[in-house]
Design a protein around this ligand. Sequence first.
Ligand code: GLN
Length: 487
Amino acid sequence: MAAELFFKSIEELGALLEAKQLSATELMRTVIARRQAVDGRVKAFNSSDDADALAQAAASDARRAAGQARGPLEGIPVGLKDVIAVAGQPLTASSKMLANFVSPYDATVTVNLKKAGAIVWGRLNCDEFAMGSSTENSAFGPTANPWDLARVPGGSSGGSAAALAAGEVCATLGSDTGGSIRQPAALCGVVGLKPTYGLVSRYGLAAFASSLDQIGPLTRTVADAALMLGAIAGHDPHDSTSFKAEIPDYRAELKKRQGPWRLGIPKEYFGAGLDPAVGAAVEQAIAFYRAQGCTIKEVSLPHTQFCLDTYYIIATAEASSNLARYDGIRYGHRAKGAKDGVDLYAQSRAEGFGPEVKRRIILGTYVLSSGYYDAYYLRAQKVRTLIRQDFLKAYHEVDALLTPTSPMPAFRLGEKSDPLALYLCDIYTIGVNLAGLPALSLPCGFTPAGLPIGLQLIGQPFREADLLAMAHTYEQAHDWHTKHPSL
Ligand code: GLN
């Protein structure tokens, strides 16, 4: 049976729209109805402006009728993680601190999506300020995994992954500081791409850790990820870390790049703590690439053992500085009845931030404080260089690395109450952010209990076209992406 409309890929929908067998307005109504039917259980949305989305859909239909369709995203509803600014829409970062904040401007990715004809709709749940791996740190309550509503969708972009997997939207954007696009993509059975640091503008992204944050797409297929990346990537004068890279036609490149590739298997990524079903699925993916004629080579990333410590020093240090702006005066929550200015800061922040955010601000302030700076922050920066060098050295021998995305499939809501247990979810993803590399997660099977498993491909800087082609090759030969949760 053909997939329901709301489970179709951007490419399939684009063909229907182009053939005038479907209008953007009909498509928008379909996803709005789907959201109404299932989001009471999935809880992926923090808010949505349906009237605005239908107005954008009508405008898209008018453009198409006038022969002015803007490309492959024309008329496609795209949902955004609630940390990405859309002018006139709420931006909460799933925090009480920003519960009533409305963005005065569009993020650059939002501008780019609109320019490409996409319908920007829906504010998707996440961990507060993107800090977490389960979306349980949201001030608005957790999102459920559409494959098993008693389980987490991963995080921090859990709403972006769950909304997509549940058919509530056709593609989404998330942000990835230590795995927040790839890990929820893996746990919800969709594709998630974290671009090279600097490829996609961070302007208009609520900052968590600025040297690690990247925005990227979550999609049903690799080809859709190529289309989305093509729309959002590119230099932006508003972001001083944005790189002047040539943006290829990623979709067209998928066909041109056929391999065979040299793939590295980092031995440190297959150690203790890896769920056996996840390990077995990844082994099968390795066997697939070998059968395709790829060279498979074991490699070593010897500083992997320091990734977690390094990340939680650098990320918290940057977070403590970035989140200083929420002072109760310029934006966000303002406490009532403060005695004086200092009391106003303290009370507003005490009331506005949740426990995980406070933990990170305290940790980050500590590692930056005089007397500890050299011992922690400076040392972490040096180790970060060593971690990056591990990857670059491996790339002398191989084109990309292949690993599990997450050591475990979706766990139960409430199961991991210890912060450290949650931090361990990211052991295979954070090295990529520390090294600034692109990486993609795509579905590679299911556990015996029917939970999705993700395969991670880690590429070379600004070589997203190769990364997407490698993933596409795997996807073309498997049908995991055609399976959907029954809700
Ligand atoms: N889970 C990691 C953290 O809590 C990564 C989050 C992210 O990528 N935004 O920091």
